[in-house]
Design a binder for this molecule. Structure first.
Ligand code: FE2
Length: 251
């Protein structure tokens, strides 16, 4: 199994000032044990180039009312993968769920965390707008095929009904090489898949081009999630760098 279980394997690291508590630093110091101890040389420095930010946030309020409202929404009927015949999760008919007044507390929580992701992690002053948002229900045997979210910058999922025994969200590295080493212990450098078991009320934010899926639910308990996409407000890039994207000319 070529995966790393993030919650169970990775210990918290000291955080640079200004980062949220769950964000991993991008620079590690490590030792080759006896090799370094025999010398007076400084320890080697291991740098993680181009790390992928994935942020997990706890829900700051009890969300029983929101969950009851979510369960009453209408959902599309049975959804099957034509090729594999896998039974896929059911999605809400409404795909602007976060625009509803009943979801205002959830919307506020997500807006705050999106801003933290942009400012603290991406170092950006762009404002991110939530575009579409929809509900997913995974009953017994239902899964969600591997996919990305096109036409979105940062995507997220909020989990009103889940626990760590229900299927995790699974991310896969699409840049993996066509070589396979004999791995004795999985870590951030040699894992091609990360499985993140989620807790009730948690929110996860990630770049929309990161491949992800949900394995089949083997439990009798239903897994319910709310997914959303985003786009930056206003024009992008700048004229000097020849990256200017005047979106106001495109409408
Ligand atoms: Fe997704």
């Amino acid at each position: 199994m070529d995966y790393l279980n993030y919650h169970k394997e990775v210990k918290p690291q000291p955080q640079p000032e200004g980062f949220s508590k769950n964000v991993q630093p991008t620079k590690d110091y490590f030792s080759f044990g006896d090799l370094n101890q025999q010398t007076t040389q400084p320890q080697d420095e291991l740098i993680q180039l181009f790390p992928t930010p994935v942020l997990i946030c706890s829900c700051p309020f009890e969300h029983g009312e929101e969950l009851e409202w979510i369960k009453k929404q209408s959902y599309r009927g049975e959804n099957k993968n034509i090729e594999t015949q896998e039974v896929l999760n059911r999605q809400s008919d409404d795909t602007f769920i976060l625009d509803k007044p009943e979801m205002s507390r959830v919307r506020q929580f997500i807006d705050i965390k999106l801003k933290e992701f942009l400012v603290n992690i991406m170092g950006s002053d762009n404002e991110m707008i939530i575009t579409q948002s929809w509900l997913n229900r995974n009953g017994k045997a239902e899964s969600h095929h591997e996919h990305k979210h096109p036409n979105s910058m940062i995507s997220g999922v909020w989990y009103p009904q889940i626990h760590e025994k229900l299927p995790p969200i699974q991310f896969r590295d699409s840049k993996q090489r066509d070589v396979s080493l004999s791995i004795k212990k999985f870590n951030h450098f040699n894992s091609t898949t990360f499985m993140l078991p989620m807790k009730k009320g948690e929110l996860i934010l990630f770049p929309s081009n990161l491949q992800h899926s949900v394995p089949a639910n083997h439990s009798d308990e239903e897994r319910i999630s709310l997914s959303f996409n985003t786009w930056a407000k206003g024009n992008l890039g700048n004229e000097k760098n020849l990256t200017y994207l005047p979106l106001d000319r495109c409408v």
